[in-house]
Design a protein around this ligand. Sequence first.
Ligand SMILES: CC/C=C\C/C=C/C(=O)SCCNC(=O)CCNC(=O)[C@H](O)C(C)(C)COP(=O)(O)OP(=O)(O)OC[C@H]1O[C@@H](n2cnc3c(N)ncnc32)[C@H](O)[C@@H]1OP(=O)(O)O
Length: 701
Amino acid sequence: MAQYTRVSGSVGLITLQNPPVNALSAAVRLGIGEAVQRALGDQEVQSVVICGQNGLFCGGADIREFGKEMTGPPLVPMIHAIEAATKPVVAAIEGSALGGGLELALGCHYRISHCKARLGLPEVTLGLLPAAGGTQRLPRLIGVPAALNLITTGHHVTAAEALQLGIVDQVTEHNAVDVAVKFALSVTGKPLHDRRVSSLECPAAPDLDSLFEEAMLKVRVACVQAVRAAATLPYARGMEREKALMATLFGSGQARALQYFFFAQRAVGRWSTPGGARWDTSQPRPVRTAAVIGLGTMGRGITVALAQAGLSVVAVETQAKQLTEARKAVAGMLKRAAVRRGTTPEPGSITYSDQLQAAARADLVIEAVFEDMEVKETLFRQLSAVCRPDALLCTNTSSLDVDHLASQTRHPHLVLGMHFFAPAQAMKLLEVVYGARSSPTAVATAMQLGKTMGKVSVAVGNCRGFAGNRMLKRYLEQAFFLLEEGATPEGVDRALEEFGFAMGVFRMSDLSGLDVGWRVRKAEGLAQSGLTGPSARVRQGRRYSPLGDLLCEHQRFGQKSGRGWYQYEPDPWLHRFLEEYRARHGLLPRRIDQQEVLERCLFVLINEGFQILEDRIVAGPEDIDAIYVLGYGWPRHRGGPMFYAHMVGLERVAQRLEHYHQAHPEVPYLQPCGLLRRLVASGSPPIHRWRRAIAGPHSQL
Ligand SMILES: CC/C=C\C/C=C/C(=O)SCCNC(=O)CCNC(=O)[C@H](O)C(C)(C)COP(=O)(O)OP(=O)(O)OC[C@H]1O[C@@H](n2cnc3c(N)ncnc32)[C@H](O)[C@@H]1OP(=O)(O)O
């Protein structure tokens, strides 16, 4: 909807009304069109102001309408009508003017922005381009280089930057609508020709061709082509080009995946647990002071993340040398972050101590000590004695049993996992792991704290590896089996990197350190040295690949030791080692193509995702997708593993798993799990129906 009123005698005020972000839904477009006609036809009205209700101009086109049949009036003619108006139209920008919202403002003759507003054309992040004239008007207004940068990155700019670039005409600290109304009165009757951005010539820029060529190599080709049309064609032909390019993007798999992920990231905030706790019935407690125990790499990152979120942090490390180093490292991280943001660091919010007692007054404690159950058990007993009885006690463990740690304390309902990802100050993902006894308030508090730190928090039930690492284990295992069967680390990584992962599984393992998994496997009784014959490749009744363990026995721990799956200088060792290993175990190497690498590594991970859904470790597929895109480098333009399964088709995923299971019956976890089979049997419902299909007593499966 859009509300029309007359203010200050002669100004027609059009207010976009579509909470929460005034997205340009069919009803809003219709409302704007009608209001504009009314204002232009009203003899008393001399000028027009367009604004959004509740301090937010407009968050762009209504993304929920994408992929559905178009209803309501289209955006482009509506913006043309505004630009062609013979009465001045002023955009009063507060909060955000993004995507179609900014394109609407660019169709206005003047733009007044509040100083705290942010502007941008983020369509590229949804796999689209600004096809309501954005690619044609912005280069005409601010020049090709700046427009190309904004359109191809989707970056938002502040009001001050927008003023400097020439996107807005004025920035105010006062009420932007009041200022715009006054401004509209002051420009009444002034000529408008120069104010119609579509009629401007694109400002000349030196060497445009090489700028476009360079951009083409780096970024989204369609965006570059559309801006090139603005620079080389008349406006009307540029608009045709923009429309044609948008048509190719609209139905693309990438666009669908990116739009799905936009909503998935937000859906995880509406968490629920099988015990009935829910985001909308659980009240978080305020957390003002947090303590971090253990200042290794993770503890330092967590300290920085908490301090940057405005909390008072008590950072505890009992080893003197480590404490001194951590203090320096944290100060350095805060300083570098402040330089990046153009602010000054505020070291006053962190106090350091070598005594656990320092955590006594904290609202919440996060331990990040060595990943060893005994060490953590002892610490939780101590914390339970030292801390306030109502303090939340959290563990940053990446796989240990949260319920067991809770059982060491006096208040197990206040114990949770807060699983950060390295580097903790930068990574967007936080797994909030609730135990069987965690209270709804505890879950809500940790979820809210994650949000305050700028993270996407996902509520996950307690199981070995939680959601992310549990799936990762299957993926890693499958990659090891492929090596046994003849694949090479380079071949496997190439397939995964071409799929879109920034790093293949072996390069990623080298980066994070092979010894980490080795330690875990030793603790689980899996990694055992000196075994020969068939028993070397079987553990706990299942086929097992000891390759990762053998590399560690050869002191190949990854990048930290200069060699792992790769040697960071020419060295044929690994290939010789694999050949000898295969010969020793009578394995005949075969050629493994990229399709098999992808299907075995990814479908087995997806299969585990379905098992996690079935076990109700997470509430819906969006949780898994948020975890994998934000924490494990799954390519965003593929939406996440569960969305990928939906795109590939559940039937095909199940068939291919079954095929590999038949071909390699001894390889574990290749059989489609029960939930996947049942979804296929029930006609493979689309992803947005899985949650309902799975849910407990009302399950349709
Ligand atoms: C032919 C012409 C076709 C195309 C041209 C134009 C294309 C476009 O405009 S594409 C859309 C471009 N806009 C965006 O990408 C902006 C997306 N939104 C945001 O960045 C943020 O929401 C915000 C900065 C506007 C506000 O942030 P915040 O206050 O943190 O709120 P949330 O992000 O949590 O959002 C609240 C709520 O609103 C939903 N939502 C946000 N934007 C849209 C939108 N454009 N369409 C539909 N819904 C939107 C969001 O999903 C949240 O709701 P849920 O929690 O229920 O998911």
